[in-house]
Ligand binder design. Sequence first.
Ligand SMILES: Cc1ncc(COP(=O)(O)O)c(C=O)c1O
Length: 478
Amino acid sequence: MTETPFADAVAAYLRDVPTPMTTPGHKRNPALVGEGSLLLSDIPHHGGADTLRNDHQVLERAEALAAAAWGADMCRFSHNGSTHPNQALCLATTRPGEPVLVHRTCHKSVYSGLILAGARPVWLSPDVSDELGIPLGTPAGRVAAALDAEPGIRTAILTEPSYVGVLSDLPAIAETCHARGVTLVCDHAWAAHFGFASSVPRNALALGADAIALSTHKTLMSLTPGALLLARDTGRIDLERLGAAFDMLLTTSPSAMIYSTIDQTRAWMQAEGERLIGAAVELYARAREGVETIEGLRVIGDDAVLGHPSVLARDPLKLVVDLAGAHADGIAVDRSLRARGVQVEGADRRVLIPHITVGDDASRVDAFVPILRAAVDEHRGSVGDPPPVATSWRTNPEQAMTPREAAFAPTERVAAADAVGRVAAEFAVPYPPGIPALAPGEVIGAELWERLRTEAAHGARISYATDSSLGSFKVVAD
Ligand SMILES: Cc1ncc(COP(=O)(O)O)c(C=O)c1O
């Protein structure tokens, strides 16, 4: 195991400082919080893992080790998920009013970054397969065309890999961007394990991106919501500005426990990544085999995806299960799974994503398959035609104003029947995957609105809309 300066500092503090005359208010006092309480290991970064004056630079040392492990020149630990570095990247690589090329299928955190930054998104869409019910990659030629059509763009922000684990040809996209002086930023939230084993793709920095955000809590072992901001010193990003943007969005009371587990995760991956990830890839194969014994279920794996010209690679741990052949509604199946003690990561009406990670073992995978069979059987045949591709993957709305202009505009609430043609003043985000189907500044189209309302009626969780049933919606006032 390589060194873990931050985790070691936490252990030393817990051992050596029994008299904390500082925050947190619970003081790790067992008489107050109870023996065995999680709070007994809750300490802050400053006045905890390090002194108030940051004398030991323990975070800086841990971040330098992580930067080296991911092949970056700069690393910052975040305990607000990939959301935090995504927002910092928007703030640091764009300017108010400036055009920025962004995947329309980006996560809500990028949209909120655009609201903070005031940039004007120029949307880019991946290819989408109706046959598979999922998005594929984004061709480099489409990136080139978009950049050539709008020469003021200085930054491209892509979600790679996507929520369904598909990675576009990043080296070609990076070359396309860099040849035009454009910075390539990737939301790499789902790929913290990339680069640590020969069985997974290299990470997006190694494939050419200038900066990335990733969630160590999603696919690796840190506490929720540990994450990293990573950047290379390519001359295309002002790393000081990026650090300042990151700090602007950071609490002044970071939790040492989250940082500590990010530090340990990096060391585990360096020491054991090949073995742990290799074993998880074998579990994927075991799970796939089991799932495909269930009548009507199809796993969308390498065979379905890799031949597509827009696709470079696929996350070999991403288990994407298409329920179309069983005519079972994914949201109903998800509910039945939960009632049987199984929680999956993703479910839309057609596709389920049971998350497989280095934390799994054969017994969990073996227990899951018969439960999935029972849950699918409960709903088999309950939907006629296979449900279409989820709305999140295929939206191309007209942009009436920037997300920031809409976020600060006077608003009014209208009934669902009056929403079409108005400009959205709030988000409607089917979750998962957390991609806004509608975002502030976009004209509400009739077909999109109908599809979204249908999804809501079928039980999809529509997050961030103040009326989640979509019986009414907040729009920019006339
Ligand atoms: C593509 C993508 N980016 C960013 C995020 C935000 O990550 P976090 O929840 O770690 O803040 C998510 C969350 O699901 C995501 O799917």
